[in-house]
Design a protein around this ligand. Structure first.
Ligand code: ADP
Ligand code: MG
Length: 537
């Protein structure tokens, strides 16, 4: 293995040469306290920055085993260390040192969620960080003195400040790890408690703004407070006893006046599939991990989905048992989104009237009178939601301030008043009794079939131009898979651009299981099993 002196002499030799000369530093270096891997050198100063790793032996990093002794802790520690690296690089890295990306040292940038990521690995023998460096250039020539400062001055400081246990704030690290462990514990408890979600008393649900996911400032946010009838107490391994609102399985309606916090509650529940960082306010807001946000997505493509439970008898005899379209309507897209979620194992559906197709959600008495069922292909969700739970065990959490018809099908009704929830199940029941709706149920006896699809491998072509495999992502919402653009704009539970990137790769990985026999669900299970057993790495 080369060492630091070798890097100095190579840099001396290539100083002032064309940028391509940087290729000569691609190697592993024994740096004393750690090993430095320059894995891939960028082609020019404007290209994606170079890929670099450092591996610090535990006998130098000295992390105590209990910092990564469980899956939850390990993921939280890796997340914490990624954040530390980012913080230290802001502190010690000078930044711009010439053309293009010259001078940057960056790692994956986590947000409010603690996610499993590959930016930092922790094992019993070492800590490894993967990051990028913009190798500096004057114009298009090697700026070796700047590179030297980055490798010899900035990087060692970043590494020492981030990955030497003794240099970390132990209290902060412990809180990070313990919160993640508690949240995972709480999420696991949901099953035995018969709940689909839990919202802790005192939780801060509203965000700073529509584009800023940090919590709304303390004085301005009304802390969450469970109604007495839904209050559940849980004993957490680190935090001890907490209380909060438990949402039982079944059909739950969230009602209330406009602007009283319904969507904010649902949004917090959507993201309750993830753990949150300390101080987020949603630390102990957890949801069944198989909860899926469902919305209308008009204009989306649909391929061979059996939406006949919701939509049948289309004009001109179009088949809906294997429905395909390049341009779905609001209602068909919402139906397809539900069926697809169920197809791969959703246990809870989260639906907000704000993002639903009205004609998919309701069809009231008067409309039934005017437009007969024979002329209406859509069976509205209201006539299917109970069957979904009774027959398939799939719960629904629905924000619905606009239609009281849903009182008939709700197992419980929670009313938001000035950001506080009230259990109004009994009142809603009395009202439903007193003013009976004349609408007829249109859902038939059963929910209908969920046909599982078998994807064909040749329909997933990752090639683009000269490359056999070219998968890229643009921001949070777009994957370009080969020459196909996949629009994830309506996948509202996506929170991190690294997830988008991982999804693109996961689709490609999934193709190896597509044998013409396995269903989509089997294939996804196989991918997730490999990730669970062998790591995301
Ligand atoms: P709804 O869906 O009932 O119309 P929203 O959930 O969209 O209402 O909330 C309306 C506004 O109130 C949003 O700006 C939101 O950030 C704010 N808000 C929601 N919950 C709270 C809370 N607990 N404390 C303070 N403001 C809140
Ligand atoms: Mg709303």
């Amino acid at each position: 293995m080369r060492n630091a002196a070798d890097l100095i002499s190579t840099l001396r030799r290539i100083e002032g040469k064309g940028y391509k000369a940087y290729k000569d530093i691609e190697a592993a270096y024994d740096w004393g306290e750690y090993t430095l891997f320059i894995d891939h050198v960028q082609g020019d100063p404007f290209a994606s920055p170079s890929l670099v790793r450092v591996r610090i032996p535990q006998k130098i990093a000295l992390f105590p085993k209990d910092a990564y002794s469980s899956k939850s802790r390990e993921i939280a520690l890796r997340d914490f260390l990624t954040r530390r690296f980012l913080y230290s690089s802001r502190k010690f890295c000078r930044g711009n040192r010439g053309t293009g990306n010259s001078g940057i040292i960056l790692i994956d940038r986590p947000g409010q969620e603690i996610l499993k990521r590959t930016s930092v690995l922790v094992t019993e023998s070492y800590i490894e960080a993967r990051f990028v460096m913009g190798l500096p250039a004057h114009g298009r020539t090697v700026a070796a003195m700047h590179a030297r400062a980055m490798f010899f001055d900035e990087l060692p400081r970043i590494v020492r400040a981030s990955f030497f246990f003794g240099n970390l704030n132990g209290g902060m690290l412990r809180e990070h790890i313990e919160i993640a462990e508690d949240a995972d514990f709480l999420r696991n408890q949901l099953y035995s408690l018969g709940l689909v979600a839990f919202v802790a008393d005192g939780a801060i649900l509203p965000r700073a703004s529509g584009i800023d996911p940090r919590p709304l400032a303390k004085g301005r946010a009304v802390p969450f407070e469970s109604p007495q009838s839904l209050r559940v107490q849980v004993e957490l391994p680190n935090r001890g006893t907490i209380t909060g609102m438990g949402i039982p399985k079944g059909v739950t309606l969230i009602v209330g006046g406009g602007y009283h916090g319904k969507s904010t509650l649902l949004r917090a529940l959507e993201l309750g599939v993830y753990n949150h960082i300390p101080g987020d306010g949603r630390d102990f807001v957890v949801t069944n991990p198989y909860a899926v946000k469902i919305r209308a997505e008009d204009g989306r493509r649909i391929e061979g989905v059996d939406i006949s439970s919701f939509i049948a008898n289309l004009p001109l005899g179009q088949d809906t048992t294997a429905f395909s379209t390049e341009d779905a309507s609001g209602s068909t897209s919402q139906a397809a989104n539900i069926i697809e979620a169920i197809e791969v194992g959703a246990q809870v559906l989260l639906v907000d009237e704000d993002t639903s197709a009205t004609n998919f959600m309701i069809r009231d008495h008067r409309m039934q009178e005017l437009v007969s069922k024979d002329n209406e292909p859509i069976t509205p969700f209201i006539d299917k939601v109970t069957q979904l739970y009774k027959e398939a065990g799939i719960s629904t959490l629905l924000v619905m301030g606009g239609s009281g018809d849903y009182f008939d099908v709700a197992d419980r009704v929670v009313c938001m008043v000035e950001y506080k929830p009230y259990d109004v199940t009994e009142q809603a029941r009395i009202i439903a009794e007193k003013s009976r709706t004349k609408r007829r149920r249109e859902g038939g006896k059963h929910f209908g079939v969920i046909s599982e699809r078998i994807p064909l491998v040749h329909s997933f072509d990752p090639s683009r131009g000269k490359r056999d495999v070219k998968i890229s992502s643009k921001g949070l919402q777009t994957i370009v898979f080969g020459t196909h653009t996949i629009d994830l704009g309506a996948v509202e539970q996506l929170v991190d651009t690294s997830q988008t990137r991982a999804l693109g790769d996961a689709i490609y990985y999934a193709t190896k299981f597509m044998d013409g026999r396995r269903t989509l669900r089997d294939i996804i299970d196989a991918v997730l099993k490999d990730i669970a057993e062998r790591g995301l790495n």
